[in-house]
Design a protein around this ligand. Structure first.
Ligand SMILES: Nc1ncnc2c1ncn2[C@@H]1O[C@H](COP(=O)(O)OP(=O)(O)OP(=O)(O)O)[C@@H](O)[C@H]1O
Ligand SMILES: [Mg+2]
Length: 147
């Protein structure tokens, strides 16, 4: 089974990152292969995984330097893999739009989805976050934490 889950809510501080990180850890404990993607420029999910934020390439690098997502994957301390987030993600959405690269995120996921049982996406707190998550276009479930 392969499933992509985006955790999104436009409101800040409602537990998106906590949900994404703990869900990833819980699934990893049950022997599932898990990839957590941090799409938030705050990089809180990255830090929670024991990966230093703003010191690793993010999906921004992937977009602007044609680096495949596989090259971005780091090993988190809780037994699952992750794609780090960081400040440069602020420009990701505008970059996708300006370059006419709609579908970029979906295509990146397609490159790796067969390697994982679950891909969990932590999104930033803004009105576009649900859109950003859904732009992957491959997830089945969308769990906005209740406010
Ligand atoms: N179920 C919970 N019960 C109590 N506190 C919680 C719960 N989930 C998260 N928190 C706390 O709420 C705060 C915000 O959580 P978190 O960072 O996960 O929210 P967020 O939605 O990702 O925030 P942001 O929108 O800034 O990315 C943190 O201090 C976290 O420890
Ligand atoms: Mg968060």
């Amino acid at each position: 089974m392969n499933r992509t889950i985006s955790v999104a809510n436009q409101k800040g501080g409602v537990g998106k990152t906590t949900t994404a990180v703990n869900l990833s850890a819980a699934l990893a404990r049950t022997k599932r292969k898990v990839l957590l993607i941090d799409l938030d420029s705050q990089g809180n999910a990255t830090s929670a995984c024991g990966v230093v934020k703003n010191q690793h390439p993010t999906l921004y690098t992937s977009l602007f330097e044609d680096v495949p997502i596989n090259n971005l994957v780091e090993r988190g301390k809780e037994g699952f893999s992750m794609v780090p987030g960081g400040q440069d993600l602020i420009a990701l959405e505008v970059g996708i739009r300006d370059q006419g690269k709609q579908g970029f995120l979906t295509n990146q996921i397609k490159l790796i989805k067969d390697q994982y049982d679950f891909i969990i996406i932590d999104t930033p707190p803004n009105p576009q976050s649900a859109y950003l998550g859904s732009s992957f276009g491959l997830y089945r479930n969308h769990y906005p934490p209740s406010v």
